[in-house]
Design a binder for this molecule. Structure first.
Ligand code: NAD
Length: 256
């Protein structure tokens, strides 16, 4: 379905980003990977699906590096047809204790990077009259939790950005949507489970059950493969009129 198209997925060396990249590759899209750490294994995993994969290590908190990544993608593949804004970090603390440097980093990586990639990707998508921007927001783009002020602010911001750009592109073949996962068992969440276990003197398994029980009525994690499937749907013709939505895949978290 996506043969000949190019997808750039930020923060795709692990977790949700890598799974979304692989789901799009399974549909034939060439992939530009991004993120920290050694990219050789993720790149090999994507290439094993029979598509081309390139990697750019831009730091999503640095607008000039983001510009460089977008130029790199255009030089390798002509243009970016599918942009998945996924890179994200978390920090948990009360607002009065929140390190200002962590606030700035979360807003830059989780929100402003999506503004920069989007503003740079949209012109070529408009010219081609086809494009997909998929922002990986969060249940925290729709509702809040205590001690996550920066993350919740950034993710609500991503949902707002999604709606505004969806309106700007509404008469074109470019759609802009957000996916709002609940708990997904990735490195980002494993750290919160481990911190909770250490803080409360309980096992990691107990901390995991408590975490799910608090927020996610299904008591099951959303999987990265399920999120990849939703991204593929948003790239399909069936989703041509899905515009500006914040689509929860959260085991019922935001239905409460
Ligand atoms: P993860 O930690 O496994 O992956 C994060 C990715 O972002 C990694 O590839 C990392 O290298 C990259 N990254 C971090 N800082 C970066 C920077 N400055 N520049 C470039 N890349 C950077 O986490 P994940 O759980 O897969 O999270 C992916 C996205 O999904 C995030 O935006 C997160 O907020 C969102 N999300 C996750 C969950 C969950 O439960 N895991 C739930 C809702 C939303």
């Amino acid at each position: 379905m996506l043969k000949g198209k190019t997808a750039l997925v930020t923060g795709s060396t692990s977790g949700i980003g890598l799974a979304v990249a692989k789901s799009l590759a399974q549909q034939g899209a060439n992939i530009v990977l991004n993120g920290f750490g050694d990219a050789s294994a993720p790149r090999a995993e994507v290439e094993a699906l029979g598509v081309r994969a390139e990697y750019h290590g831009a730091d999503m908190s640095k607008p000039e590096q983001i510009e460089d990544m977008m130029k790199f993608a255009a030089s390798k593949f002509g243009r970016v047809d599918i942009l998945v804004n996924n890179a994200g970090i978390q920090h948990v603390a009360k607002v009065e204790d929140f390190p200002t440097e962590r606030w700035d980093a979360i807003i830059a990586i989780n929100l402003s990077s999506a503004f920069h990639t989007t503003r740079l990707a949209i012109p070529a998508m408009r010219e081609a009259n086809w494009g997909r921007v998929i922002n990986i927001a969060s249940a925290h783009g729709l509702v809040a939790s205590a001690q996550k002020s920066a993350y919740v602010a950034a993710k609500h911001g991503v949902v707002g950005l999604t709606k505004a750009v969806a309106l700007e592109t509404a008469t074109t073949g470019v759609t802009v949507n957000a996916i709002c996962p609940g708990w997904v068992l990735t490195a980002l969440v494993q750290k919160q489970i481990d911190d909770r276990a250490a803080r409360e003197g309980i096992t990691a398994a107990q901390a995991q059950n408590d975490l799910l029980g608090e927020k996610q009525p299904s008591l099951q994690f959303t999987t990265v493969e399920q999120l990849g499937g939703l991204a593929v749907f948003l790239c399909s013709p069936a989703a041509d009129q899905v515009r500006g939505v914040a689509w929860a895949m959260d085991g019922g978290w935001t239905a409460q």
